[in-house]
Design a protein around this ligand. Structure first.
Ligand SMILES: Cc1ncc(COP(=O)(O)O)c(C=O)c1O
Length: 478
């Protein structure tokens, strides 16, 4: 039996070797990659084995019965089985989509919303989930947001569900398994709770699955969108909706298309959709992209998702500690972290702003300028999660609405909005960790952030804060 220290050293060495073998481009190009919630990184062996697969076979369009088509169909089926095994998803159909957003749209446009049901969703959600409210509203459903507390968690979901004893089909409840803003892991136990209240559950797992094991047979959500590039970096343009078979039957597609039908008549104006997943994959799926998924799962399985989870967890703990240690000479903190500051129910995504000596937020775009100059890839903005940002920045909703309405929409800029909101931040900095992260990545980030220490009172700091090139509108994504 190895001692804990020996075990830690062994793991460190394992990940150091993995980085040298599979992600050597990071160190060769002197890049610090801290945007795993934006996209995972592909391993070098993944690309080699994909090219080999392309070179050694002839792959045809899967919608046919010719030999090359049959070969593609067989592989796609095998990959669907692999996805089922990976997510412990025997009871689920796998529907290939372009990305998680497209998987979410499939649910939104087909879910049987009506004027007797409610779309309940946490304020912490990606805009691709928020956008579903437009489908719900168009069909007369109520939309209800569950607010966040100061740690960007939810105190209680029950009050937001309709209480009609013994009812079913009360609507849809949507939340992220892990926040792409704060890293908060919302409880998977909500799924059963929502079911007990008569709601279907859409669990957005896009930011959760790259570093956490997800067993769908354990928690049984109805709909689960994912993007594969977030798990293993390549290919882009392939996502999936994992849909529980009985839940999938509730969806009503608003149209049909090539690839989704058994029968269409132009004279009779009738059509009959395919069964299961085949009714939901519009047109030709990205079959060459799908073929690359096998090599992606190979790398994750060869390392082990639990091992990735543990390494990311340890590094996140270190990052949180190092960020909280940064302070100005007057003793005030340099960093304000949004969301949990400990590892309790949180993942490897950490969002923060720097504060000046007076405790005022430094514009995140100024931080981005310096990180970019130092080859550090972090994210700035609100990461397509405006709800979490509103709670993080403590916006007064009435004031925010007034400010939004008071600025002519064609002239709207974030700078104007921030000014109207008394200089409250409109963006933050996000660092997220993944399979190839190491302690040096964290050291490099901390070293750069530390340049803002006592910034208002040093020549270098004043230059950093004053840089004219830095406009608030230059966030990566809003
Ligand atoms: C939690 C979450 N949901 C959905 C998405 C949308 O993913 P995609 O842009 O791949 O469609 C993202 C992307 O960052 C995300 O983090």
């Amino acid at each position: 039996m190895l001692s804990t220290r020996a075990q830690e050293e062994e793991e460190e060495e394992f990940f150091a070797k993995l980085r040298a073998r599979e992600f050597s481009r990071l160190d060769r190009l002197d890049q610090v990659y801290l945007d795993y919630t934006g996209s995972g990184l592909y391993a070098e062996s993944q690309i080699r084995s994909y090219f080999e697969l392309l070179q050694k076979h002839v792959w045809g369009n899967p919608h046919s019965t010719n030999p090359t088509s049959l070969e593609s169909t067989k592989q796609i089926k095998a990959i669907k089985e692999r996805i089922r095994t990976f997510f412990d998803a025997e009871e689920y159909e796998i529907i290939f989509t372009l990305n998680a957003t497209n998987a979410l749209k499939l649910v939104g446009e087909s879910y049987p919303f009506n004027d007797k049901c409610t779309f309940v969703l946490t304020a912490d959600n990606h805009n691709s989930v928020n956008g579903i409210r437009e489908f719900a509203k168009a069909k007369g459903a109520q939309v209800r947001y569950v607010p966040l507390n100061s740690e960007l968690r939810v105190d209680s979901i029950e009050p937001y569900f309709d209480h009609r004893r013994g009812s079913s089909n009360l609507g849809l409840f949507a939340y992220p398994a892990q926040s792409n803003f704060s890293g908060v892991k919302h409880p998977l136990s909500w799924i059963k709770k929502a079911h007990d209240f008569g709601y279907d559950v859409l669990l957005d797992a896009a930011a959760y699955v790259p570093t956490n094991r997800l067993s769908l047979s354990d928690c049984e959500p109805d709909f689960v969108p994912i993007s594969f590039y977030k798990i293993f970096g390549f290919p882009t343009g392939v996502g999936a909706l994992l849909a529980k078979r009985d839940a999938l039957k509730k969806l009503r597609r608003p149209w049909f298309s090539g690839g989704t039908i058994k029968y269409v008549s132009t004279t009779g104006m009738t059509h009959l959709l395919n069964d299961g997943a085949d009714a939901h994959e519009d047109g030709t799926v990205n079959f060459l992209g799908i073929l690359a998924l096998g090599a992606g799962f190979d790398i994750i399985e060869s390392v082990g998702i639990d091992k990735i989870n543990k390494n990311v967890r340890e590094l996140t703990e270190l990052l949180l500690k190092r960020l909280q240690e940064l302070s100005h000479s007057n003793g005030r903190p340099l960093v304000k972290i949004y969301g949990p500051k400990s590892m309790e129910s949180r993942g490897g995504t950490v969002t923060f702003n720097l504060l000046d000596e007076d405790g005022k937020e430094i514009d995140a775009s100024k931080v981005a300028e310096l990180t970019t100059a130092n080859k550090i890839s972090v994210r700035t903005g609100c990461f397509c999660n405006p709800g979490a940002a509103e709670f993080a920045f403590n916006y007064d909703p009435v004031r925010a609405s007034k400010c939004f309405e008071s600025i002519p929409h064609e002239e709207f800029t974030l700078q104007q909005f921030s000014t109207c909101m008394d200089g409250k931040p409109v963006g933050a900095v996000r660092a997220s960790l993944g399979i190839a992260s190491n302690e040096e990545d964290i050291d490099r980030l901390i070293l750069v952030l530390d340049q803002f220490r006592d910034a208002k009172h040093s020549k270098k700091g004043k230059d950093l804060l004053a840089s004219e090139a830095l406009k608030i509108n230059r966030y990566d994504s809003v």
